[in-house]
Design a protein around this ligand. Sequence first.
Ligand SMILES: [Zn+2]
Length: 507
Amino acid sequence: MALKVYNTLSKKKEELVPAEEQQVRMYVCGPTTYNFIHLGNARALVVFDTIRRYLEYKGYRVTYVQNFTDIDDKIIKRAHEEGMDPLELAERYIKEYFRDADALRVKRADIHPRATEHIDDMIQMVKVLVEKGFAYQVGGDVYFSVRKFKDYGKLSGRTPEEMLSGARVEVDERKQDPLDFVLWKAAKAGEPYWDSPWGPGRPGWHLECSVMSLKYLGDGFDIHGGGSDLIFPHHENEIAQAEAYTGSAPFARYWIHNGFVTVDQEKMSKSLGNFFIVRDLLQEWAPEILRYFLLSTHYRSPLDFSPESLKTARKGYNRLANTLELLDDTIGDREDSAVGRLSKEAEEFRDRIAACVAEFEEAMDDDFNTALAFAALYNMGREINSYINDRAFVPTPAAIHVLVLARRYYQTLMDILGLLPGEKRELWPEYKEMLQEIINAVREQVQDLLPGELPDNSSELLDLLISLRNEARGRKDYQLADQLRDALKKIGIILEDTPRGTRWRLV
Ligand SMILES: [Zn+2]
């Protein structure tokens, strides 16, 4: 089926037809590295990572480029506050960025270009823009002359007059027109600088993305993405620079923008004190839950954050993960042996699974509707659960055959959303204190069995509790064993004794 995407440039849903068959070239604006990433950054990361994963699932080769803005006013300001070199500060936060992005299972881009590594290319673009009459020099600064580029405003749909009244435009008497924006900034004392034909200075922020996307993806590449706050002026300026430079349009063919994250219906901002840093959230919540939450709403809609929304996400994720556990328990080590004719039940089950896969694809083909894709996954989970839990279920080779098939589909779809659980199941950090409390409540009875110091990690704490319970059962101390099991159940951890040992699942 055709994949449709909403293109901010045309303001409608269009069929995605890449310039080159089976190949998608994609550029996404990355963070300015002066701090840890916040929830708004994370939404863009996870949304575009999921788009990329789905395109790969559809059989496209995807070339994915995401930049780091590693020189900028904010970086310089923060570095001065911390008494650090700005480039070192940027380097530090690039490392921190990867820690968070990896935790959220955002795949690394094919290329992560940095602004400071492309200064020569940027100078080259500014030179051409000056030569072509699109830019002018004032002292050591160079500005882009917005009125010279007749298509200015085509992405945001604003006229120059609206831009002037809507945005805060700095008053600067050096500009010929208040709308003009800076391409090259003269260096101020104490700032990093590079030599240029206009004297020592550094590039304006917008320039790097035009330069690096053209360099790595070529003119007329397929998808340009970012948060909707970047549409104006950042992306509008990118288009102006790039298209004035190459003399051709469009510089990027599909523009995709994700919506804002709000907190209790208000815009998230530092000044309102409702600002969430991903690293802080990951102290308390598992990355899968955060990722699930970020994808639970269609990417173009606003996404409202509250602790309640993460609890809902946890429930949803547990449901999905439990189905996978049930499949693993049922299939076990059994090989998918070749079977002859399928029974009627097995055949019908297989068809229902195929219908859920189709439903998932239909949702994602419609402008990456992850909210409906989750609904399709739930339907699939329900089919699997009721097939296995049916009283008449017998694990015949035919039944195992269709379950192996169902698991393969289920895992593939979970993986598109970046939510496939890892090999070893880890219990999430938010359980740590609750588990410590349970152990402390029975401390006197199990004193001899406890290590000198309790483990610091929830998975290890749970392992310890399970071994304490097994120990108690061995001693026929069923009261303690049941007490531990019930205490775990109270916090949503269910223990199940199977022939292969005690397993846990979350509800
Ligand atoms: Zn950009």
